[in-house]
Design a protein around this ligand. Structure first.
Ligand SMILES: NC(=O)c1ccc[n+]([C@@H]2O[C@H](COP(=O)([O-])OP(=O)(O)OC[C@H]3O[C@@H](n4cnc5c(N)ncnc54)[C@H](OP(=O)(O)O)[C@@H]3O)[C@@H](O)[C@H]2O)c1
Length: 393
């Protein structure tokens, strides 16, 4: 996937005097979220302005005059060469002018933040491009002193151009906070679990987090994680305590399936009656696998793809590919629906799907989740239906 990220003013300015001519708190958040773990390609001047490689990413600097080599930074002689160097990895073109100009004919997607300012005497502009080549989605307008609007331009492809993109055949659903919620009923919190185990929560938290990735990827189970933490803390955990804790944990997880918004079932029934294929795609650990497979929800889905079982997790492309493969559809024919945790919407988009942010549960949380990027939002489950248009084939 080749992406492009830019923020431009009302009069198309992106730079002035070697700098971005505005400072907006929070505006850079999307850049960080999209690019972390991926490859960022930037022009020599932009790179020198920042002065160092960006953390947790590989930076490829495009320059014909200088070489930058080191931890997290490489050099290419052109945008095309940078893209070739990236191989199969996702690439984000981050400016300035020459890079954008060379990249626009190549990009799959452009994240353009429209900053509501008119900048006088700007000296670097975003190149003109043919809007007809892209499908535009306008997201939320944010910001206090300076307002800005997130927009996404996805390149229209062959058949999409004729059908207006209406060829969705399958929907992939996140589980937690999308189909079910952990809020609004009694939770078996880590605090309670630590009390049952007789361990200090702060110390336990560190060890529990350490194994999180392995728990999701099916490399260690729930009991193994507890025994690991226990051994590190010098605490022997009896088989009885372990069974008790596992039981409480599973009961609390099972309770989530008893508090499903009835509209979720209506949505799933409606999707089935309209001929859509459906899958759950969830990052989950061993004890959750059993609960999910035994739940009432399970029978509503054609496929259930769980990170613990497939050893791949969101937002990595592999787990979405696995779901599409099992459903017998192309990723381009799928929509992903999720609350947005674990960067799953960006992951879905990077894998070539459209994504919808599900807000029906997160709207009820004490800390509401803000709108992510420019994804279409479903405030209630049935609104998903309005956001998809089936193809008659
Ligand atoms: N608003 C935004 O989102 C945004 C994003 C990025 C940058 N900016 C702003 O834009 C300005 C910098 O942009 P800029 O256009 O002046 O500089 P730039 O693209 O960052 O750097 C220009 C240099 O990159 C190399 N280069 C550019 N295009 C190339 C190509 N197609 N092939 C090979 N090399 C290429 C050349 O390096 P050599 O001379 O070494 O050959 C060129 O001198 C700054 O004001 C910055 O703050 C804004």
């Amino acid at each position: 996937m080749i992406g492009l990220i830019v923020a431009r003013s009302n009069n198309n300015v992106i730079g002035k005097g070697g700098e971005i001519p505005w400072r907006i708190k929070g505006e850079q958040k999307q850049f960080k979220e999209l690019t972390t773990g991926n490859i960022v390609v930037m022009g020599r001047r932009s790179y020198e302005e920042i002065g160092h490689p960006l953390p947790s990413r590989t930076t490829i600097v495009v320059s014909r005059t200088k070489q930058f080599e080191g931890d997290g930074v490489q050099t290419a002689g052109s945008v095309r060469e940078a893209i070739e160097m990236a191989g199969d990895r996702d690439v984000f073109i981050a400016g300035g002018y020459g890079l954008y100009k060379e990249a626009i004919p190549l990009v799959d997607i452009m994240y353009i933040t429209e900053v509501d300012l008119t900048v006088e005497n700007g000296d670097v502009f975003f190149p003109d491009f043919n809007e007809e080549d892209f499908e535009k989605t306008t997201g939320e307008t944010l910001g206090e002193e300076i307002r800005y609007t997130r927009t996404i331009y996805r390149r229209k492809r062959g058949r999409d151009q004729q059908t207006g993109g209406n060829r969705i055949k399958a929907l992939l659903f996140d589980l937690f906070e999308t189909l079910i919620t952990e809020w609004g009923h009694e939770k078996y919190t880590k605090r309670k679990m630590c009390a049952d185990l007789g361990v200090d929560k702060e110390e336990f938290d560190v060890l529990w987090e350490e194994k999180e990735e392995e728990r999701y990827l099916g490399e260690i189970d729930f009991e193994g994680s507890i025994l690991y933490a226990g051994s590190k803390l010098g605490r022997e955990i009896s088989a009885e305590t372990l069974a008790y804790v596992l039981n409480r944990r599973m009961s609390a997880k099972a309770a989530c399936f008893e508090h499903i918004d009835p509209e979720v079932f209506r949505l799933l029934e409606e999707l089935r009656s309209r001929g859509f294929r459906t899958a759950i795609v969830s990052n989950c650990s061993s004890e959750e696998v059993k609960v999910i497979r035994e739940s009432e929800l399970f029978r509503y889905f054609d496929e259930v793809v769980l990170s613990y079982e497939v050893h791949k997790k969101k937002p990595d492309r592999g787990i979405y590919e696995e779901a599409a493969r099992r459903l017998g559809v192309d990723l381009a024919d799928c929509i992903f629906v999720g609350d947005g945790g674990s960067n799953e919407l960006q992951g879905a988009e990077n894998a070539g799907m459209k994504a919808i942010q599900a807000k029906w549960y997160t709207n009820r949380l004490p800390q509401k989740r803000e709108t992510i990027g420019a994804y279409p939002v479903a405030e209630e489950p049935l609104e998903v239906l309005k956001l998809i248009v089936p193809v008659a084939e």
